[in-house]
Design a protein around this ligand. Structure first.
Ligand SMILES: Nc1ncnc2c1ncn2[C@@H]1O[C@H](COP(=O)(O)OP(=O)(O)OP(=O)(O)O)[C@@H](O)[C@H]1O
Length: 253
């Protein structure tokens, strides 16, 4: 069943048609990669999913409800979270505190949050945070400061901060950009584990093809604002339209 269904989405920036009749269907609990050369429209599309941009036309349905016109905080409340290229964590707090804060925000609503007064008394929230930290392999280090973590482990922490809010759809914008190969492999393993252990659907924008082909159940290839192919990874490698989009030619050397 499709959890996210995009039909006929167009978005224009002045004279530039950044999204041109985009269609995309993301199956529940799958990992769906969106790839394409620079300027293809991937980030623009993601920005439409989270309410940062409003398409000029078309529909975006999440669990059969339209996302169009909803403000970003409402989209987050219906179960869509986004993870950025650089992990966003509170460096001066411990790993555990970093996860307890979004857990509290999810329970009480961000507007009622007074985390620094009450964290130590929140036993249920603490247990919940510890469970999630266990699932991403950070439980032992929970009392360490986030500032001391490697980039790959900061990504683990950030994922724990997302998971504790129980999202249904996680949007990852180049999750391994700028990482060492070791941190990239660490992140691939993490995403695989999360996908197996939690009922979460992923949409991943990624330029690193090792990451894409290690993770994706399905791939949409964008070029010049349009989805030119959507298929199983085995059928994407060597696809003439994909070669043409990246290399400008279908000829093989
Ligand atoms: N706010 C904006 N105003 C004007 N043009 C924009 C805006 N955002 C994106 N564009 C243009 O829309 C096109 C698609 O950009 P987008 O960032 O979505 O591509 P992308 O596939 O994510 O590229 P990259 O892989 O380089 O991040 C590009 O030509 C870009 O310059």
């Amino acid at each position: 069943m499709a959890i996210l269904e995009v039909k006929g989405v167009n978005k224009r920036f002045g004279g530039l048609l950044a999204l041109d009749d985009v269609n995309l269907s993301v199956v529940e609990n799958s990992i769906h990669a969106v790839i394409g050369p620079n300027g293809a429209g991937k980030s623009t599309l993601l920005n439409c999913f989270v309410g940062k941009l409003l398409p000029d036309s078309g529909t975006i349905m999440f669990n059969n409800h339209s996302l169009l016109g909803l403000p970003p905080y409402r989209i987050n409340q219906v179960g869509i979270s986004r993870v950025f290229q650089t992990p966003e964590v509170f460096l001066d707090l411990t790993i555990l505190e970093n996860v307890m804060i979004p857990a509290l925000a999810h329970r009480d609503g961000a507007f009622h949050l007074a985390p620094f007064k009450s964290l130590s008394r929140e036993h249920d929230i603490r247990e919940q945070a510890e469970r999630i930290l266990g699932s991403v392999g950070l439980l032992e280090d929970r009392h360490h400061l986030a500032s001391a973590m490697s980039r790959g482990n900061k990504r683990r922490l950030e994922m724990a901060m997302c998971l504790v809010q129980k999202p249904k759809l996680l949007l990852l914008d180049e999750p391994t950009a700028g990482m060492s190969r070791a941190d990239t492999n660490n992140t691939i393993d993490l995403l695989k584990t999360i996908s197996e252990d939690h009922e979460i659907t992923f949409v991943v924008i990624e330029h690193d093809m090792t990451v894409v082909f290690s993770l994706a159940d399905r791939i949409s290839v964008m070029s010049q604002g349009h989805v030119i192919v959507e298929d199983h990874p085995d059928n994407i490698k060597g696809h003439p339209k994909v070669k043409e989009a990246y290399l400008g030619t279908t000829e093989t050397a």
